[in-house]
Design a binder for this molecule. Structure first.
Ligand code: MN
Length: 328
């Protein structure tokens, strides 16, 4: 459903959000399933600013915060159980539709206003306020703009959170969505004096033993299809069980799929209890968000995801037939 708000310009929506923040007392913040650095970093930065403004804030993520992001200040305050009570505003980050955040309906019903902040072009504009900027490298970049508009001074801790959002969503300033403005914002964040080298170290040079072993499993499952244009990675429930690994240990494994020369798209299947989590990556114009959306997921052209019904083999067959047709 397309909300008429879509026609409102972004600055008006920013202003409406500022007014809402000023006039509200209690906030509920949520991000998408399988949360990433952008979702978590943006959530923590907003929560911190709201708290400094004297507001009550509850943070929610249905799936756990990935291990490599738990160093972020206040990451442990993010709960996986929907809070009780009413909220003046519910702010959803990076959710193309509310279902991307999990079972949010009960709490959204108890929220006076719903705010949708996103940079995914698949956004369904379901909020009372919609700040959707598909040209932004990350949601953290949009959040920085919000703070800037509000004349909010960003603390070192908040800067570390926003930087994490930007650096992870841009693949360390590598993906095409990285713009001069992205680098300018990163530069302003660095000016706060937070230890960005330490943050980079924790994000990119630290991995648990289980995570490394699981990466090994993912890499040894690598197959090439469609004449070398499609890379497929598959992780079975037994892989996790044998290694004592958890789903969040798979973060980034899919990116290795794009490495062999000639690969245009990569897909990773991860077997869950009764469902299969599917993540997609692509190069160039190949639109993965459309594929993910067809299965109730969402994302960007070059990075998307969804969860579909198992068993693994049936899910794999279904998705691979769509992808091989797309790549034919
Ligand atoms: Mn993002």
């Amino acid at each position: 459903m397309i909300n008429p708000m879509r026609t409102l310009d972004l600055e008006t929506e920013f202003k409406r959000l500022e007014d809402l923040i000023v006039n509200s007392e209690s906030f509920f913040l949520a991000g998408h399933l399988n949360p990433d650095g952008d979702t978590i970093g943006s959530m923590l930065a907003i929560a911190s600013v709201l708290k400094r403004l004297g507001k009550k804030v509850r943070m929610f993520s249905q799936d756990p915060v990935p291990e490599n992001l738990r160093f972020l200040p206040q990451a442990r305050s993010i709960r996986s159980r929907v809070p009780a009570g009413k909220f003046d505003a519910a702010i959803l980050l990076e959710c193309s539709n509310p279902a991307r955040g999990g079972n949010l309906e009960p709490v959204l019903k108890r929220a006076a206003k719903v705010v949708n902040i996103d940079h995914h072009k698949t956004s369904e504009f379901y909020g009372d306020i919609n700040i959707v900027e598909p040209h932004s490298s990350s949601t953290a970049e949009i959040v920085y703009r919000l703070f800037y508009n509000m004349n909010v001074h960003v603390t070192k801790r908040e800067a570390a959170c926003l930087y994490t959002g930007i650096v992870t969503d841009t693949g360390r300033f590598h993906f095409p969505a990285t713009s001069p403005r992205t680098l300018e914002i990163a530069s302003r964040l660095l000016e706060t004096g937070f230890k960005f080298s330490r943050v980079n170290d924790l994000l990119y040079a630290t991995k648990s033993f289980e995570g490394l072993k699981l990466l090994g499993r993912a890499l040894s499952s690598l197959e090439l299809k469609s004449g070398g244009k499609l890379a497929v990675l598959t992780l079975k429930a037994s892989d996790f069980k044998e290694l004592g690994a958890r789903p969040e240990h798979t973060e980034n494994a899919i990116n290795f799929g794009l490495m062999p020369p000639g690969v245009k798209a990569a897909v990773m299947f991860r077997e869950e209890e009764d469902r299969v989590s599917v993540t997609f990556r692509s190069r160039g114009h190949l639109d993965m968000s459309a594929v993910a959306k067809a299965y109730g997921g969402g994302g960007h052209r070059n990075a998307a995801g969804c969860r579909i019904k198992g068993p693994l083999e049936a899910a794999r067959e279904k998705v691979l037939s769509v992808l091989t047709r797309l790549l034919a």
